[in-house]
Design a protein around this ligand. Structure first.
Ligand code: ZN
Length: 352
């Protein structure tokens, strides 16, 4: 073991072989992240976690066998898309198996206490993928598979999946909608793709109260997100006490993202990582696995990812970009109150 290193990354050139051409979810996203980390000379401060290929039985934690076989055969036949948005190529199935397997390898590292945090730079992303349907650039739901793997192999029963991607993670929500073992929480732009994620979608059956959606119109920035996390997520976690935190880490809520209209700065991502770290240090010995979802301005993506790692690893190196505007708007308070109101019957802390 390299002494002192507690933060790792998952990366493999295989993730570049999910070819999507001119599509915004392109391999240059990962190249940009890796070259930025190299430029800042931090790769030596990060443990490289080797991904493995997921077994089909593991993909089946979250997906139907028919769907998995369909993706495999589409790739083998040379199809170039599964719908209008979601491009594939010959190697996409293998890349998707390695994305899910890389996510599980990261879970293994933190659950075995060999690392505290692992950021997985995987493609294709996962949070829109539903049990029998890929969509929104996603094939297999990496976050859901990672959560199931953790619960199955390490006998835990409280996993927080926090989804800071600007789009709602419809797939992840659907998979755990009836399952109290996973608290799924998403802050996202609405209205926007995929159209789900209203504040009154709170889970059902035994899972009622374990889905927490914070839909926002565009333009919300660092302070708004900080307030939402402090007022909603932190108290919820004080009650839920997660045993593992998985972040669906999409950096497309960045102010310069071309696909969305939110206003986070790169520092804002570091701020959110800091709050995740506080929660993790308090309840689960620091265990955080982050899975790359969106983020389509490749420079903003790399800078945001760096800010997250900088916070988690405690380098305090910083970046040159300006911080986001400081404002605390009534609109944010109003959103928080709406969400608290829905959750009050299930979480005493929300009534305070
Ligand atoms: Zn997104």
């Amino acid at each position: 073991m390299t002494s002192g290193i507690r933060t790792g990354i998952v990366y493999d050139d295989m993730y570049l072989l999910h070819e999507t051409g001119m599509h915004p979810e392109k391999k240059e996203r990962l190249k940009s992240i890796m070259s930025y980390l190299e430029k800042r000379d931090v790769l030596k401060k990060l443990e490289k976690v080797e991904p493995r290929k997921a077994k089909v039985e593991e993909i089946e934690y979250a997906h139907n066998r028919d769907y998995i076989e369909q993706i495999e055969s589409y790739c083998a036949k040379g199809y170039n898309a599964i719908d209008m948005d979601t491009f594939i190529s010959a190697n996409s199935y293998e890349a998707a198996l390695l994305a899910a397997g890389g996510s599980m390898a990261a879970v293994d590292k933190v659950m075995k206490d060999e690392l505290d945090h692992v950021f997985c730079f995987v493609r294709p992303p996962g949070h829109h993928a539903e049990p029998s349907q890929g969509m929104g650039f996603c094939l297999f739901n990496n976050a859901a598979i990672a959560a199931y793997h953790a619960m199955k192999e390490y006998d835990i029963e409280r996993v927080l999946i926090f989804d800071w991607d600007v789009h709602h993670g419809n797939g992840t929500q659907l998979i755990f909608y009836h399952d109290p073992r996973v608290l799924y929480s998403s802050v996202h732009q609405s209205p926007a793709f995929p159209g789900t994620g209203a504040a009154d979608e709170i889970g059902a059956g035994k899972g009622e109260g374990y889905t927490v959606n914070v839909p926002l119109s565009g333009g919300f920035g660092d302070n708004d997100y900080e307030l939402i996390l402090r007022e909603l997520l932190v108290p919820l976690c004080d009650e839920y006490k997660p045993q593992l935190i998985i972040v669906s880490a999409g950096q497309d809520a960045h102010e310069s993202d071309p696909l969305a209209g939110m206003a986070l700065s790169s520092h804002g991502y570091g701020m959110m990582a800091g709050i995740m770290k506080e929660i993790a240090d308090k309840y689960c010995d620091g265990k955080i696995v982050l899975l790359l979802e969106g983020g389509y301005n490749v420079n903003a993506l790399a800078e945001s990812v760096f800010c997250v790692l900088d916070t988690l690893a405690g380098w305090e190196m910083g970046i040159e970009s300006k911080k986001g505007e400081i404002l605390e708007r009534q609109a944010t308070r109003d959103r928080i109150d709406i969400v608290k109101d829905k959750l009050m019957p299930f979480w005493p802390t929300m009534a305070e």
